[in-house]
Design a protein around this ligand. Structure first.
Ligand code: MG
Length: 259
């Protein structure tokens, strides 16, 4: 099932999308909802990010280029970071390159959407707590990575977390490819088997530290091939079974100079 949020005439709706038809739903997608009976054609709506995340947690540098490169031992403390919910945008919205930021890159990622409160969940049960999956673009300005290793600022600018186009609840996350095309040219294309810290381990680890809640989004890391972009570039992040998340990069009109 593919869940979506969308706007028609300035009103925000939630729905379930099949081919070109969207059926409006009422309620909370994580708990109780029902069809209202109202339908929209896909061509008459503007899609939004498919959810307003509760929290966004990312993992750093989580892919190798080939299976033989997967390490025998996993890092004891994985590199996790938070992204602010204010950085979320939807499909087709502009990713704004702040003034004074010279280097911005895209990172196409499989994004896990948590559906149930999860604390101390063993790896074997983790998927019971997952609602579904979307595509995330973990846009990054590495010049704002702190020299001591803190990544948060470089990933926190407004518009730096496109999500969408839908939440797919029936995905096999171990059998998909994470892709990106920059101006139509393929830059990333990796199966999720090339993740260094696999999804179950990643989420189980997080639940030993913090309670995960419905609407939490976990960005599972980007395959090799992310590149720097410039204003005017078009990025398409894609997982075929979910859809394509397309966004243009534009230059900021206002200065975002810090300090
Ligand atoms: Mg990333």
């Amino acid at each position: 099932m593919k869940f979506t949020r969308f706007i028609v005439n300035d009103k925000v709706y939630t729905g379930v999308i099949t081919d070109s038809i969207i059926r409006e739903i009422n309620g909370d997608i994580f708990r109780d909802w029902e069809y209202t009976g109202k339908t929209f054609s896909k061509s008459e709506v503007k899609l939004l990010a498919p959810l307003e995340p509760n929290q966004i947690i990312g993992i750093g540098a989580n892919y190798v280029s080939k299976v033989e490169d997967l390490p025998n031992e996993l890092p004891e403390i994985p590199v996790f970071f938070f992204k602010p919910t204010s950085s979320v945008i939807g499909p087709e919205e502009d990713i704004i390159i702040p003034k004074g930021v010279e280097q911005v890159k895209f990172e196409s990622e499989l994004a896990v959407v948590i559906g149930k409160e999860a604390k101390n969940v063993p790896e074997s049960n983790v998927l019971d707590y997952v609602f579904g999956y979307t595509v995330g673009n973990d846009v990054t300005a590495p010049q704002y990575f702190h020299q001591d290793g803190h990544w948060t600022l470089g990933k926190a600018f407004d518009t730096f977390t496109p999500l969408g186009p839908v939440i797919e609840t029936e995905l096999d996350p171990f059998n998909v490819k994470v892709k990106a095309r920059l101006n139509g040219v393929e830059k990333q294309n990796s199966p999720t088997q090339l993740m260094i810290i696999p999804i179950r381990k990643m989420i189980s680890y997080l639940t030993r530290i913090m309670t995960l809640k419905p609407g939490d989004v976990i960005l599972t890391g980007s395959p090799l091939g992310a590149e720097f972009v410039k204003a005017g570039d078009i990025i398409e992040c894609e997982i075929e079974e979910i859809g394509t998340l397309r966004n243009p990069f534009v230059a900021a009109k206002e200065s975002a100079k810090i300090g």
